[in-house]
Design a protein around this ligand. Sequence first.
Ligand SMILES: NC(=O)c1ccc[n+]([C@@H]2O[C@H](COP(=O)([O-])OP(=O)(O)OC[C@H]3O[C@@H](n4cnc5c(N)ncnc54)[C@H](OP(=O)(O)O)[C@@H]3O)[C@@H](O)[C@H]2O)c1
Length: 286
Amino acid sequence: MSNLPQLRTLNNGVEIPELGLGLWQTPESKSANIVYEALKIGYRHFDSAQWYNNEKGVAKGIKRWLKEDPKNNKRKDVFFTSKIKDPDHGYEKTKQTIKNSLEQIKGISYIDLMLIHSPQSNKALRLGTWKALQEAVDEGVIKSIGVSNFAVPHIQEILKWDEMTIKPVINQVEINPWLTRKEIVNFCHKNGIEVEAYSPLTRGKKLNDPILVKIAKKYGKEPAQILIKWSIQKGFIVLPKTTHEERLLANIDVFDFTISDEDIAQMTHDDEYQVFCSWDPTTYRG
Ligand SMILES: NC(=O)c1ccc[n+]([C@@H]2O[C@H](COP(=O)([O-])OP(=O)(O)OC[C@H]3O[C@@H](n4cnc5c(N)ncnc54)[C@H](OP(=O)(O)O)[C@@H]3O)[C@@H](O)[C@H]2O)c1
């Protein structure tokens, strides 16, 4: 493998690897091992969540790697993300749920990024959650905070709030060549908010698309690798998930080629809105 993921700088100066391992539906029993194997081949960014029930396993995999070679394997080089689940929105509940997450990841000391997993509550509860997250950053137990599945009005709510002391650094949303979400992406980028592309492999559902397969053949790559590279070339931080070691290697081996502008245009379907995930909370209004 030639290169590893580059670092992007968030609007608070913190660096984040442009490719991270997705961990939704990775069982707790498998997560420690897959994270440890991923670290050995160059992954440094892990996308967990309270809903995934694997924060503890992910932290266990990171701790194993740190212990193995303390001179070279440093906590500061690993980026761990979790997400606040919707029933825990609101100031008090979020304070408590952050404590629970910190308890789960004991031994890796802090959470690099905590996102509000979805906007599915109401304005008062979302802002209460944001307040608790800001305090956690001030306390040093969380380094950066952001949102997920937020549409423009949800983000504006935080940006316009007079108690906002910390801006979201990231909005994590489902993005792929058939779901490009131009309005959300343009708004985020204009406001210095990085966009993370989740379900970037379309959960496997578009890997046989004829145009994608043709482009993959042209570059001598797999369709999954082309989708990952599409996200990176479009400016997104990308989060492919796998529980298979051979796919771990393939999914990070995407830094020795560039897709031409012409081929990017050919595979991009701005006029479509194909959701492959089981939810789309960006459409939630309330
Ligand atoms: N914030 C949110 O609401 C939200 C929602 C969804 C996802 N996410 C995040 O984004 C991550 C990725 O999204 P996702 O898990 O929905 O789906 P995804 O990454 O689009 O696709 C994962 C599927 O593709 C398969 N796969 C992986 N690498 C492959 C390869 N090289 N060739 C062929 N198939 C391959 C995986 O199978 P195997 O595992 O069997 O290899 C799995 O079935 C999640 O894990 C999570 O961290 C966030």
